[in-house]
Design a protein around this ligand. Structure first.
Ligand SMILES: Nc1nc2c(c(=O)[nH]1)N[C@H]1C(S)=C(S)[C@@H](COP(=O)(O)OP(=O)(O)OC[C@H]3O[C@@H](n4cnc5c(=O)[nH]c(N)nc54)[C@H](O)[C@@H]3O)O[C@H]1N2
Ligand SMILES: Nc1nc2c(c(=O)[nH]1)N[C@H]1C(S)=C(S)[C@@H](COP(=O)(O)OP(=O)(O)OC[C@H]3O[C@@H](n4cnc5c(=O)[nH]c(N)nc54)[C@H](O)[C@@H]3O)O[C@H]1N2
Ligand SMILES: [Mo]
Length: 771
């Protein structure tokens, strides 16, 4: 017996794999990590569970040929296991046919999803390189995380969509300089377990503690109390979901009428405050946005609003917004309005104060302003110009040829014939899975690379089994994490699984461009090459070890820290707006945007404004569906990843996803702790296990994302989900014509005890397989 200890890097942190005679025995926290995530150890049992895809498989109806288009059998059919040779011949043949008959834009390679850590094996990069070399594909733009923010912020503060990350105060600076943090959507530590691409150490909790010890006061504006850690002693303002904009307007009005606002900063560094002020005072629309008005909408009383306005304006303050508040109908508005509020409060551009987004949504934001560039698989420019806003996939399939608005442009939705998904799980992540099921019947062919028979694999035509990140060599470089970690393979791929790269190389060989795809490098040569390229790019000062030393170093290597001020800094703007303009049309913060105004949208005006969401607690539909569904990120996994892992499975109640309900709402419905309940609306229904808690405000229920969708009758619209995926209930409605982003957090439901026979959860059971 030879026990080996090898480093493991994941989106939820770094670990050590203990391997005995080639068998993965356990995954231990890394000793360097002060707050390791419990998700990692639970990966071990999933590695060989019954849900693993072991061989290429083709849906029988697809193999038999007809009907393929508008095929209602997707999601319900038997799969036939085939050899790799046969599978690759089918996929390459189908790509060739679709390209020849319909053109390359008929191939959808948008393939949104988080996949796994690893610089080389990034599946989207591999897929898009493969498809681009073959003539191109329809791409997707923006993310499910922050589509509204990504589109609105460049208009308001300039810069690239994600540039705010290096322009906002870091936790260290907050501890040193700030008195008051008001966090819209809170600062849930459960979310800071995660960082895209990996992270060497979880630092957010320690940094939050440091702020508290330094005396910073926190206000949690959120429907859920536990969105801030207990040690922060935060004041909790339970806000009616989706009404943050109204609350901020009420605060802004209070600042304005009391003359608490920073007129000097507004004059020198912003444009359009006058026009916005006439909206606040009601001159432009007859509605005074005062604290009473805001109280009526938000459920926060007038005194609290007034008090918050005074403290924000008179103390050294920081306004934080999370991402959830913009995954909602009109999600652009709270983001835009939060910038305006920070500008009014006089804190923008002062050390450790002002405005920032996404603190504690990942371990990187607010921890480090970025990291030096790391080489990645070279992108090939896509010859097809077509793209869709990421969350408009069902619209595109259902309404090809239709035009939609997007950030001042008109887009024509392309006709998609072949969907190629690799590294994402749309049957977890997309809103209204019933509508997605209908849309999924449209294309000729759906190809999916997956390691497990999750719902997306079950709804595919051709499933190619992939090696997991534990089953291949790579190295990790997390988003903003100044660290590189070697990821040597800790076990052999399960069954006949292959890496995504291996699959694409074999397909490229059949299609005649293998050499362009692989550049004649083996996988290990690529990894060495990308590391050495990174090392050379960083130069002598970074002094990174050579590849062989790096590869054998158990805890990886640190990259040099970046230091500011960064382009578009609010500090330099405040100091000298002429010398350091922003890249907005005016060079200043745009409280009024002539550009957005010129788009003429009825759902996104020239300045931030309150629009009633389509679904919220004061909507008419709340008579029938009186509870607002918050489908936030799960504490026990990353989205749907490792829902079959030990940690997530241990969080289930009677095999179902937990749903948290306020005792007032539960008791009036006869619901007890631990009971199986049915959550429902007109779009669908699911079972879940009830948890009663005062942490969730009355009128709100919380059901995290990511339980593998388990439709009672797959393929049938509205069917009951036995497991508890909230996207069986959410609406597939764009935030607005500006961003076309997803609006998962605008959904009304009701909940009742479930009295029927308790069905078995089949989410982790493969479909019927034939050989
Ligand atoms: N209702 C509601 N819905 C939401 C949200 C919400 O707040 N509410 N949040 C949204 C957000 S912010 C996001 S980011 C999305 C997340 O949506 P996704 O990113 O699609 O979710 P994941 O579960 O991370 O899916 C990743 C998939 O890739 C597979 N995978 C992992 N590694 C590899 C690999 O190397 N190769 C291949 N081929 N596959 C791999 C995993 O098995 C998994 O099935 O969900 C969105 N959906
Ligand atoms: N453990 C874990 N961590 C994760 C992820 C994961 O899957 N698991 N996913 C990662 C990803 S991809 C992303 S994008 C980030 C997402 O980061 P966020 O979007 O910030 O996270 P969520 O958990 O969806 O939401 C956080 C809280 O926002 C509050 N909220 C919802 N709607 C409203 C509203 O209208 N107003 C107010 N004031 N508050 C509201 C809810 O109470 C919710 O608990 O998290 C990342 N972190
Ligand atoms: Mo996300």
């Amino acid at each position: 017996m030879v026990e080996r200890r090898l480093p493991v890097a994941t989106h939820w942190g770094s670990y050590v794999a203990v391997v005995d005679s080639g068998r993965l025995v356990r995954i231990e926290p890394s000793v360097d990590d002060p707050a390791p995530s419990p998700i990692g150890p639970g990966m071990v049992t999933a590695a060989d569970d019954a849900a693993r895809v072991l061989r290429p498989a083709v849906r029988r109806g697809w193999l038999e040929g007809l009907p393929r288009v508008h095929d209602t059998a997707r999601g319900t059919d038997v799969f036939v296991e085939v050899s790799w040779d046969e599978a690759l011949t089918l996929v390459s043949g189908e790509l060739r046919r679709v390209r020849a008959e319909y053109g390359n834009s008929a191939v959808f390679g948008g393939s949104y999803g988080w996949a796994s850590a690893g610089v080389f094996h990034n599946p989207q990069n591999q897929l898009q390189r493969f498809l681009a070399l073959g003539g191109g594909y329809t791409d997707s733009r923006n993310t499910y995380s922050t589509a509204a923010l990504e589109v609105i912020l460049p208009h308001v503060i300039g810069g690239a969509p994600w540039s705010y990350q290096s322009r906002m105060p870091m936790w260290d600076e907050i501890a040193e300089n700030c008195d008051l943090v008001v966090a819209f959507g809170g600062l849930a530590l459960k979310n800071s377990q995660i960082n895209p691409g990996g992270l060497a150490r979880h630092r957010t909790e320690g940094l939050q503690r440091k702020c508290r010890e330094a005396g910073v006061r926190f206000v949690n504006v959120s429907p859920i109390r536990s969105d801030t850690a207990g040690f922060l002693d935060a004041e909790w303002l339970p806000v009616v979901p989706n009404t943050d904009t109204a609350l901020m307007l009420g605060i802004a009005h209070t600042m304005l009428v009391n003359d608490w606002h920073d007129q000097d900063f507004l004059d020198r560094c912003c444009v359009g405050f006058d026009r916005f002020a006439s909206y606040l005072t009601g001159t432009s629309d007859g509605v005074v946005k005062d604290a009473d008005w805001a109280a009526g909408i938000t459920g926060i009383d007038r005194e609290s609003i007034t008090d918050l306005a005074r403290r924000l304006a008179t103390q050294r303050s920081l306004i934080m917004v999370n991402y959830a508040i913009q995954r909602a109908d009109h999600g652009e508005q709270p983001i835009w309005m939060s910038v305006v509020l920070a500008a009014m409060a006089g804190s923008m551009g002062r050390a450790g104060c002002g405005w920032g987004a996404g603190y504690a949504t990942m371990d990187a934001t607010g921890v480090a302003p970025g990291r030096p560039a790391v080489a990645s698989v070279p992108r090939v420019s896509n010859p097809v110009p077509d793209f869709i806003p990421v969350a408009r996939i069902a619209d595109t399939l259902l309404h090809p040829g239709q035009s939609i608005d997007y950030d001042g442009r008109r887009l024509t939705l392309p006709e998609l014939r072949l969907i190629y998904w690799c590294g994402g799980n749309p049957f977890h992540h997309h809103q209204d899975l019933h509508r997605l099921t209908r849309a999924w019947q449209v294309p000729d062919t759906v190809v999916v690379h997956e390691a497990w028979w999750n719902t997306t694999a079950k709804f595919a035509d051709i499933v190619l089994p992939v090696a997991t990140s534990l089953e291949r060599d790579d190295f990790a470089a997390g988003f903003s994490d100044p660290h590189l970690t070697a990821m040597p393979k800790v076990r052999e791929p399960a069954g006949g699984s292959r890496t995504d790269h291996h699959i694409f190389a074999a397909l490229a060989a059949r299609l005649g461009y293998e050499q362009q795809f692989t550049q004649s490098r083996s996988e290990f040569e690529w990894i060495r090459h990308l590391y050495e390229q990174t090392r050379a790019g960083l130069g002598d000062e970074a002094a990174l070890p050579d590849f062989d030393d790096f590869w054998h170093s158990p805890s990886g290597v640190a990259l040099p820290a970046l230091s500011g001020p960064f382009p578009g800094s609010f500090e330099t703007l405040r100091a000298n707006p002429q010398a350091f303009p922003l890249t907005t049309p005016s060079g200043r913060i745009e409280i009024f945007s002539e550009e957005i105004d010129s788009f003429g949208y009825d759902d996104c005006a020239g300045h931030p404004a309150w629009f009633e969401p389509a679904e919220w607690l004061h909507a008419e539909a709340s008579d029938r569906f009186p509870l607002h569904l918050i489908s936030n990120q799960p504490a026990s996994r990353l989205h749907s990843q490792y829902d079959n892992g030990g940690h997530s499975l241990s969080s289930k109640i009677n095999g179902r996803e937990p749903v948290t309900i306020n005792p007032l709402d539960a008791v009036s419905r006869g619901i007890d702790n631990g009971m199986i309940v049915r959550v429902h609306n007109d779009r669908g229904s699911c079972l879940a296990g009830a948890i009663l808690s005062d942490d969730v405000m009355p009128g709100v229920i919380q059901l995290s994302t990511g339980a593998w969708w388990d439709p009672a009758q797959p393929g049938q619209s509205g069917t009951l989900d036995h497991h508890g995926n909230p996207n069986t209930l959410t609406a597939d409605r764009p935030c607005s014509r500006l961003s076309q982003g997803p609006s998962a957090h605008s959904a009304l439901v009701d909940v009742e005890p479930y009295d029927g026979p308790v069905p078995q959860v089949l989410a982790f059971t493969p479909p019927p397989l034939e050989h």
